[in-house]
Ligand binder design. Structure first.
Ligand code: SF4
Length: 163
């Protein structure tokens, strides 16, 4: 909801690098932690401009050196923009993976990622996080229907054990 106006105003990292955090804040004020994120966005754009000529690096280590970019965000960029075989794990992905039974007892996002990587074919990895996040949305709807319409209920741990 925020990106159309934001991208129209700042269509490139170079354009964003010229903005102030206060100016960017006006475009993203409805998102959580907007103060921090507007500051990160401007500093990130400046670094992209000076270090990478305004291009996004296709490298997890380089991405994670950008302000506000951690492992999850780096993997979102690598999977979505560059179709790299990596998994982006946030709390939603971790929770739903455990609920379905794709992971067992994974405590941290990294542990979830490691367990999912063991059993996910390489060619679907770039899409896997999106599928799981979409499933969270679907599950929220299906929950009211007791998961009865879910097409994977026969293999779902939650459906079969109630855990
Ligand atoms: S039955 Fe389907 S919707 Fe319900 S928890 Fe399992 S996977 Fe999710």
């Amino acid at each position: 909801m925020t990106t159309p106006a934001l991208f129209e105003k700042y269509p490139t990292p170079d354009a964003l690098a010229e903005a102030t955090a206060d100016e960017v804040y006006d475009y993203i004020s409805s998102v959580t932690f907007a103060n921090n994120k507007s500051d990160y966005l401007v500093r990130m754009a400046k670094l992209l401009k000076t270090r990478y000529r305004g291009n996004i690096p296709a490298d997890a280590d380089k991405l994670q050196k950008l302000p506000g970019v951690g492992r999850k965000t780096a993997h979102v960029i690598l999977a979505t923009l560059f179709n790299k075989p990596v998994l982006a794990v946030d709390t939603h992905v971790a929770r739903v993976s455990d609920r379905i039974g794709l992971t067992t007892g994974a405590g941290t996002p990294l542990e979830t990622e490691e367990q999912l990587l063991l059993h996910t074919p390489q060619d679907v990895l770039p899409k896997m996080s999106h599928w799981l996040i979409l499933h969270v949305v679907i599950y929220a709807q299906l929950k009211r229907q007791k998961c009865g319409k879910c097409e994977i209920r026969e293999i779902c741990r939650h459906y079969n054990t109630g855990e």
